[in-house]
Each structure stands twice: as structure tokens, then as C-alpha cells.
Design a protein around this ligand. Structure first.
Ligand code: GLC
Length: 725
């Protein structure tokens, strides 16, 4: 068996220039096999298709490529399998709230098996754009605001999709997207300009991509974004200098949908031909959906405007991934060798992911968990209590809504006939301003002792191109909550949404609040198990929750500024005396009407017991720039219920050659404790974990003094110091 490079080089040597350019062209599926697509495939003009599914259709398309084209090169077949295929898992931002790489890996593995059984062999995930802007609809697909967490969880997704051997059945190629900086879209408006420094790119946006590249992600996708005036899809700094020269990446880069031809719209290219030239020269190996490569690359090469050597590299990258996928040996899918989609194992994995993604934000007087024996009349109210479609969230092209089990169904199943359950939708949609449903909702609430509200966002309100400038609960949901709260009953709010919402007002209307994101197929049973205490919530926020949208961007790993706010130096707008002196309110960094902290910080999440961190100590308070230390702390479950805590490790580099964040996550682990149990938690901290890109873009560890925290959120429970010599 010749090796991959020999195979690829030998095949490349047989290819005409037209066939090479064909490999660099991805066609969008149009349902079925139109004659022109079949002919294009036969003539070697198609290297990939996306957005077709169905094993018979895809096997037939593949057969045309393999048996009816001159060289029989198989197609790589892409699909957005973002958080599940037919069995839908929580949206990625929700999965990130689990802080659990193994649960995320398992979700991606299940998604890969289901997608592969339908003939798909490439997914456009993980989306690892770090973002701090909840107005941006695509935060739903992201893994949150922190580069370290997004790196660990993004790698877990790659491992789940690709497995340990890409050629094995049920493994599909993954795609690190969108390279890079897309999460910094101005004003949280999708596709908007990105003004980002190289320092911010290297220290915040790049790490998850580097981690996925090092983990062997098969492909990258260039972003739609205009980065500092050079769109990502034409950005040789990103695609050649960083990705190839610095990271030595060997996979292939696909553009985003029409992002090559959009170079014209950006005002970066005058026409298709110039767009093709810029993208090819910048290092986009495969053009998605638009066909400027097919139309112009041959003449650009003849005119010396594009080097054939670069084309050969692109084709080698693509052929290598097809080789790794085993497509030359096994181009077809044998559906019968796969487990049934939506089988109990898949549903169980989806339920566990949904359970671990739920975050308990508020639980006054331990209203939760509800005790079945104490319940008589329960009112279930809200537009998201019983809506199979909405609970799946964004990016669910193939999700089976009919498989979804809703919260109402699960609550009815859990409480059986012992409890009188009344249900009212209350609002036709999450957006509606129509209050006609209030009366019915208030009536059943008046007849009940316990009220469980299911509110939030319909799935269409987040995801690509679905950005919001006001991130309160949409419509008149707060108004309904306010009316319900006047009844003075035990009220629990479960929020299903695709982004952090501003809950400053909402929180006052309820005793307890669970944030369930869009939890997917098994969202109902997962939420029910948490409501009734079958399992304690363990989720932690992967993103800060602002008090007000005007605080955005607000995130935990911010710079200190020269005048940081403290509660001593901050005066709330309502507390400012009349005729207050110009400098009397504290000249520090805050908003008069919102303060300087989020409503809920990164890493925050409550549970049904109390965790007590104590006895923090270090193996040493000093380490050399190439050394490491062990961090030890005791964690006690001092409450009465078993639960899981996600213990977190943060550091702060007090002085650097550039200013450093006031906190940086450098470790986390799940700790399961019985009531009264204590465990010693250990973190291994290497000096290299503290590295950053300095003013001259060198990746350095600088000696100096550091703060260190261990705790259950970015607020940090225990604190100590150490020094790097
Ligand atoms: C979309 C998205 C990208 C997706 C691609 C294919 O516009 O930006 O994330 O993978 O097109 O659907």
C-alpha cells in the first residue's frame, strides 16, 4: 500500500488543470441530481457538494464521480451538523455550559454516526469563534467568551466528529470555523466589520483554532468578515502566514458560502475574476457555492496572476483529506452497518448533555427541587413549555422535531395523576405583543400553588443573521411574568434561548430561574429531572450575562484599565445627590445606570447543595519559566444532596510587557460529591500555560508575580499568589 503522499502526488500528476480546479469547487445541492450537476461531476468540475442528504441520493452522486469521471476522484460531502443530526443536542453554547469535554465529544460522535449513515462525510463544525457579544445571533453556535474553554471544548468536538481514525465508518471530517475574528462583528451585527488588533487575534481569537489545528481538525473555514480591511477569505496573513507558515497546518481551507464572490461586495475585488485571484492567492483551497474558481482560475494561471504551484498545494490538501477519510477505498455508504438514528443510546446522550447544560441562576429559599409529595396543583405556562420545534434551537436542518420530548410532556409523565397539572401557552410566540392569552394563564395560576413558566426565545431569534439589539425576553413575556408574580405564588422560570438575555427585571418576578438554552430533542426530560431533583444542576455559564445590553462587551477576562471601578468608587444613578459635584460620583470605569459587573459572571451556576472550598495550597509559590506547580484545594459538599461542582482555576499576571487580563481561566474539573464528602482537587499549572503574545508578537512566558484563584465561578472563592522566576 503506497503512502498518502505518494498516492496524492501520483494522482495529482495525472490531473489536468481543469480537473485540479474542479477539486477546488464545492457545489450546493439543489435536491436530487439535476442533469447539469451530473454532467459537471462527470467532467471533473466538482470536488465537493454540500446540503444534500440521503444515503441513496448521495451514493448515486458519488457513483457518478467515482465511475463516470475520468479519474474517479470521490466527492467530499458536507453538511452543517452543528449540534446533532436527527437527534438534536443542546446548542453549542448550551453544551459549553456543561464544561464537560467528554459529554461534548460524545454528542459529536453521535452526530457523526447519524450523519455518516446518511452519506455525509464532512461537517462544518466546531464553530469556535470567541465572542463577548450576546447581541450576535451566532453566539448560539459558539463555545462562549473564553479562549481556554473554547479550546478545550472545541477540541472535544473535533475528536467526537473525527474519532481516532478518520477512515473508520461513522467518523466525519470536522471544520474549525470561522477563521478568524468573526465573533467581534461590530455591534453584534452579523457579517459586520471587524476591527481587531493582531494582539487580540493572537491572544484571544486564535487559541481555539490553534488547539483544533494541533488536534488534527481536517479542515478550516474562512470567515465572511472584513478583518481590518482585508476580508478573511482574501487574507493571506490568516490563511498563509499564520495557518500554514506558523502553524504548519496540513488540512484544507474552504471558503464560507459565497464568501469568495462577496469580495466584490466588500469592495475588495472589482469582479469575479479578481475575487478568484485574491482568494486563491490568499490560500482558500476550496470555493463554497460560488464558482469563480471554475470560471477564472485557468486564465489567471495562464496570465501568471495565480501560481499553479499554489493550485497544486490546494489540491493536495483536499486529496489528502479525502484519502484520510478512506474515500478512495470506500466511497459509498452502507447504511445497514449503522445503528438506527434516534436510538435510545443517542437519546440518552442528548438527555445527559441537556441535563449538564442547564444552569441554575437563582433559587431563593431552595424552592427547587420540587418535591412531588408536596405538590397538589401545578400550573405550566409559557410559549416554550410544549413546542417541539423551538426547543431544538438554531442550525437543525435535519433535526427530527417529532422526536422531541417537551417540558410539559416530561412534567406530566413525572407527576402522573397524583398532581393536578394545568397548562396554558399564555403567548402564541415568544415575540408576540398580544396579551389575549394572559387571562387563561392567570386563571390557571390562581388555581395552583406552584407555577412553572417556560419562556425565552423562539429558535429563529438566534443563529446566523439573527441578531438582536435588545436582549430582554422578547415580546410581552416580562409583562406576563409581572402579572403572574402579583399572585404571590411559588414561581419557577425556565428559560430556553440561544443567547444570554438581560434578566435584571425578570429575576425579580420569580423565586427560581433555570437557563436551559435550546436544549434539543431531550430538553423536556432533562429539565424535568432537574426540577424534581432527580439530578442536581451542574451547569456553569460559558459567557457573562449583562444587566443591560448597553454594557456589551462585558466579559470576565477584561483589562483592568487605569481606573477600575469598585463598589466604593461607583455611584448608582438613582443615588446621585441633586447638584452632585462633578467628581463626586467616582471617576472610575462604570456605567451610572448599570454599574461595572454583569448580572451573572462567567463560570457562575448554582446547585442544590452548598460547596465549600478550603485549604488552598501550592506545591511551591515559585516556578521557573519552564517549570510547573501543583495547586491543591479541598472541596466539601456541606449540603444535604449529592451534586457535581465544576471547580475552576484562574490566574492573573499582575504586570506584563503588555497589560494582561484581570483573570484568565487555566483549568477546570468536574467534582462529584456526596453530602458531607470532601475531596482534594488538584490542578497542574505549567508556566507555559501563562504564555501570551507580547508587543512584538512573540509567544512568551514572562517572569513576575501572579494571583491565583480556585472556585465555583470567575469570582474565585480562594486566593493565593505565586511567582514565575
Ligand atoms: C453559512 C455559515 C457557515 C455554514 C455555511 C454552509 O452561511 O456561515 O457557518 O457552515 O454557510 O451552510
Amino acid at each position: 500500500m503506497i503512502n498518502k503522499d505518494e498516492f496524492v502526488n501520483e494522482l495529482l500528476g495525472k490531473m489536468t488543470l481543469a480537473e485540479k480546479i474542479g477539486q477546488m469547487s464545492q457545489f450546493a445541492g439543489r435536491g436530487g441530481i439535476p442533469h447539469d450537476l451530473a454532467d459537471d461531476i462527470r467532467h471533473g468540475k466538482v470536488g465537493s457538494i454540500l446540503n444534500e442528504v440521503g444515503v441513496d441520493l448521495l451514493n448515486e452522486i458519488q457513483r457518478i464521480a467515482v465511475e463516470e469521471s475520468r479519474l474517479g476522484i470521490p466527492l467530499i460531502i458536507g453538511r452543517d451538523v452543528i449540534h446533532g443530526y436527527q437527534t438534536v443536542f443542546p446548542i453549542p453554547l448550551g453544551q459549553a455550559a456543561s464544561w464537560n469535554p467528554s459529554i461534548i465529544r460524545e454528542g459529536a460522535r453521535v452526530a457523526a454516526v447519524e450523519a455518516a449513515s446518511d452519506g455525509v462525510n464532512w461537517t462544518f463544525a466546531p464553530m469556535i469563534d470567541v465572542t463577548r457579544d450576546a447581541r450576535w445571533g451566532r453566539i448560539a453556535e459558539s463555545l462562549g467568551e473564553d479562549p481556554y474553554l473554547a479550546s478545550k471544548l472545541g477540541v472535544a468536538m473535533v475528536e467526537g466528529f473525527q474519532g481516532d481514525d478518520l477512515s473508520k465508518e461513522g467518523h466525519i471530517a470536522a471544520c474549525a470555523k470561522h477563521f478568524a475574528g468573526y465573533g467581534y462583528s461590530e455591534a453584534g451585527r452579523d457579517y459586520a466589520y471587524v476591527n481587531i488588533s493582531e494582539s487580540e487575534l493572537r491572544n484571544v481569537a486564535f487559541p481555539p483554532f490553534k488547539a483544533c489545528a494541533d488536534a488534527g481538525v481536517a479542515t478550516f473555514m474562512s470567515a465572511f468578515s472584513d478583518i481590518n480591511g482585508v476580508p478573511s477569505t482574501a487574507n493571506d496573513f490568516l490563511l498563509r502566514k499564520v495557518l500554514r507558515d506558523e502553524w504548519n497546518y496540513k488540512g484544507f481551507v474552504v471558503s464560507d458560502w459565497d464568501s469568495v464572490i462577496q469580495l466584490i461586495t466588500h469592495g475588495f475585488a472589482e469582479h469575479d475574476r479578481e475575487a478568484a485571484m485574491h482568494a486563491a492567492n490568499a490560500g482558500v483551497d476550496m470555493e463554497m457555492a460560488s464558482h469563480t474558481y471554475l470560471a477564472h482560475l485557468e486564465e489567471l494561471i495562464e496570465e501568471g496572476k495565480v501560481n499553479e504551484e499554489d493550485i497544486n498545494s490546494s489540491v493536495k490538501h483536499i486529496l489528502s483529506v479525502k484519502y484520510d477519510l478512506g474515500l478512495f477505498e470506500k466511497p459509498y455508504t452502507n447504511a445497514s452497518s449503522f445503528p438506527e438514528k434516534g436510538n435510545n443510546n443517542h437519546l440518552a446522550a442528548a438527555k445527559e448533555a441537556a441535563i449538564q447544560s442547564c444552569v441554575l441562576l437563582k433559587n431563593d429559599h431552595q424552592v427547587l427541587p420540587l418535591k412531588k409529595e408536596n405538590l397538589k396543583n401545578v400550573a405550566v405556562i409559557g410559549p416554550l413549555a410544549d413546542d417541539k420545534h423551538e426547543q431544538m434551537g438554531t442550525w437543525v436542518f435535519d433535526g427530527k422535531a417529532e422526536w422531541c420530548q417537551t417540558p410539559l410532556q416530561a412534567i406530566r409523565k413525572e407527576l402522573g395523576d397524583d398532581v393536578n397539572i394545568r397548562y396554558a401557552r399564555g403567548l402564541e410566540t415568544s415575540r408576540t405583543k398580544n396579551r389575549d392569552g394572559f387571562a387563561e394563564a392567570l386563571a390557571i395560576a390562581a388555581e395552583s400553588e406552584t407555577i412553572i413558566m417556560f419562556m425565552g426565545e423562539e429558535s429563529i431569534l438566534s443563529g446566523e443573521a439573527h441578531c438582536r439589539a435588545d436582549i430582554d425576553l422578547p415580546g410581552v413575556q416580562n409583562e406576563l411574568l409581572e402579572e403572574i408574580s402579583k399572585l404571590g405564588k411559588q414561581t419557577i422560570l425556565v428559560i430556553l434561548a440561544g443567547r444570554p438575555l438581560t434578566l435584571e427585571q425578570t429575576q425579580h418576578y420569580v423565586n427560581s430561574m433555570i437557563f436551559a438554552w435550546h436544549p434539543g430533542t431531550m430538553g423536556g426530560p432533562a429539565i424535568s429531572d432537574i426540577l424534581f431533583g432527580k439530578v442536581a444542576p451542574s451547569g456553569k455559564l460559558p459567557v457573562s450575562f449583562p444587566r443591560m445590553v448597553g454594557q456589551i462587551p462585558i466579559y470576565y477576562n477584561h483589562r483592568n484599565s487605569g481606573k477600575p471601578a469598585t463598589y466604593e468608587t461607583f455611584t448608582y444613578i438613582d443615588h446621585i445627590p441633586t447638584r452632585a459635584g462633578q467628581t463626586s460620583t467616582g471617576n472610575t470605569s462604570f456605567h451610572l445606570d448599570a454599574g461595572f459587573e454583569p448580572l451573572y459572571p462567567f463560570g457562575f451556576g448554582l446547585t442544590y447543595t452548598h460547596f465549600h472550598y478550603h485549604h488552598l495550597r501550592l506545591s511551591s509559590h515559585e516556578m521557573p519559566v519552564d517549570g510547573s506547580i501543583e495547586v491543591f484545594a479541598e472541596l466539601t459538599n456541606s449540603g444535604s444532596r449529592e451534586a457535581v461542582e465544576i471547580a475552576q482555576l484562574y490566574i492573573r499576571d499582575q504586570v506584563g510587557s503588555i497589560t494582561r487580563p484581570v483573570k484568565e481561566l487555566k483549568g477546570f474539573q468536574r467534582v462529584h460529591l456526596q453530602p458531607g464528602e470532601t475531596k482534594t482537587i488538584v490542578f497542574h499549572l505549567k508556566a507555559s500555560d501563562l504564555a501570551f503574545y507580547n508587543r512584538t508578537m512573540q509567544h512568551v512566558v514572562e517572569p513576575g508575580h501572579f494571583d491565583l484563584w480556585v472556585g465555583g465561578s470567575s469570582n474565585g472563592d480562594l486566593h493565593t499568589n505565586f511567582t514565575v522566576r
